[in-house]
Design a protein around this ligand. Sequence first.
Ligand code: NZQ
Ligand code: ZN
Length: 387
Amino acid sequence: MESFIYQYPVKNYFGEGALEQALAAELPFMGAKVMLAYGGGSIKRTGLYDEVVRLLTEAGKEIVEFAGIMPNPTYEKVQEGAKIAREHEVDAILAVGGGSVFDCCKIVSAQAKLDEDIHEYEHEQGKMPTEFIPLACVVTLSGTGAEQNNGGVITDEVRKVKGPFIGALPAWAALDPAYTLTVPSAQFMSGAFDSLSHCMETYFGTPRERCVSDDINFAVQRNIIRNMRAVAADENDLHARSELVYDSAMGENGVLKIGKVGDFQCHMIQHQYGAYTHTNHGLGLGIIHPHLYRHLAPAAPEQFARWAVEVWGVDPAGKDDLAVALEGIDALAAFIKEMGMPTTFAEFESDASDGTLRAVADTAVLTAGCAKKLTPDEIFEILVECR
Ligand code: NZQ
Ligand code: ZN
């Protein structure tokens, strides 16, 4: 195991009535002016907006709105949010939505307190923000686990980079699985697969010897697979959805990462592909993962074989590690198909021209925990296989 310091500061309110319970307990500490941040309007269609406004108003809060946060939030949107927060001098941000709303608000929270441009501050001067507008998250779509950490993935359309920023760590999160019932099935599955990807990318990091974090991780992966199948069979299965909402949190609350350096190479490729194509995160991961893993397994056959046995139930008898590993990757690919997710960029109807794939390959970050250091040419090869 790597040495570690672990402390977990996000307070989670989980289950039916979580929002009301959280607001009753937390609003007294959130100041007079609350910025209510949300996406493209699903919260208005589901009635959640009215409920949140009612609870905030009853608590005597002044509401400042920050609406229209798009999937794969842009740097421009962050600047818009920071301007609103500054102009109105908001005391706290209540972010209601999925990963995109949370990510945008985490960085808004930091940018609003900074005089410098946050891109220059973090990525050019190498500094980390230390002051934030307090942030809380209400989960309406799970998968990213973004309510559990302080990283925000932002698309910079000018620089053509979709990459991480450090922002506020949410003080608390409300996770009521029933809120996810209105999420379109493909979107919900995209989120659930994203959680599985987080677990896999954490497991496939270093050190490669089995550790307690890996054993917990295998259990979470099996749980995600079982419950994705349950939701595929019955999209109103609230028990299965509840499990997946918690799996999503488990993927990003740090527990599985204790003593590990994650891989996250698939994420780096998908993020850059997203920078060029503005495509869905979880579905993009599903296309890339099997191809990437076929390239990586020969570099770490034992680690891949263990995962194949523990997560996919591959029988190792009479086979070498690489054969077992490849059977596991085939099982992953078959599962993605079974869940009705796209398996090629063609099915995804996304740009897969040579020029785009080459640009993605040349700009994707190479990660430290990856089984082997890929070259841009090999990433290009992997992306071509995804066509
Ligand atoms: O915008 P609205 O109208 O609200 O609709 C949203 C959006 O179109 C809809 N939705 C959300 N809750 C709903 C709902 N529709 C009906 N009923 C509900 N209850 O879902 C659509 C997608 O939302 P989005 O927030 O974009 O999805 P997701 O949660 O998958 O977030 C994706 C973003 O998170 C980043 C991704 O890169 C991507 O930008 N990630 C953030 C991570 C983090 N901070 O830890 C980790 C991840 O690896 C990921 O990179
Ligand atoms: Zn992800």
